[in-house]
Design a protein around this ligand. Sequence first.
Ligand code: SF4
Ligand code: SF4
Length: 183
Amino acid sequence: MLQSLPILNLDDAKFECTFGRGCDGVCCREGRPPVYPDEIDNLTANLDKFLPLLRPEARAVVARHGFLTPRRRRVGQPVLRVAGGWCVFFNHGCVLHQVGAQEGDKLRYKPCVCALFPIEQDQHDRWYIRQKGYKRERWDLFCLNPCNTAVPARESLRDEIALAKRFDDEEKAASSSAPVATT
Ligand code: SF4
Ligand code: SF4
């Protein structure tokens, strides 16, 4: 039997994304997600697909300065650039998501932090669901407040939990195959 992913607060967490039903995508306004080297390569190699779909001001910024803000870093990685107050890849939704979905895989281009949201790992690599009042959550998003919905995160985040499980398995496989130092 497949083992499920341990998530610290899965039994209590509530989550409902209301994008297009009251939320205009505010997580993409304030997010500035970090992007990892393989994700940067993937975005760079496919940038011509995304550019025509960006907001004009975002397209101009990306064409001139690129899609990263190198001076800001999160978890040691550069973050996506913002134009006009929104992630450069936001245009009535995530352009990376839209292009990926058209090609049959909505996560093909999306940074893993965005794809997993609101699931994260803490400093001890334990998975948890971001919730107001839990682990000193500082992002005051409506959807992170469990009082605002009755939908169990266990149901609404099935895809994200499956993705986190995949990442977790890959991390464990990579660490178990890493050479052990001998002294
Ligand atoms: S995850 Fe939250 S902030 Fe982002 S679009 Fe959904 S409801 Fe809005
Ligand atoms: S990459 Fe997409 S999902 Fe992530 S912040 Fe930018 S627009 Fe939003």
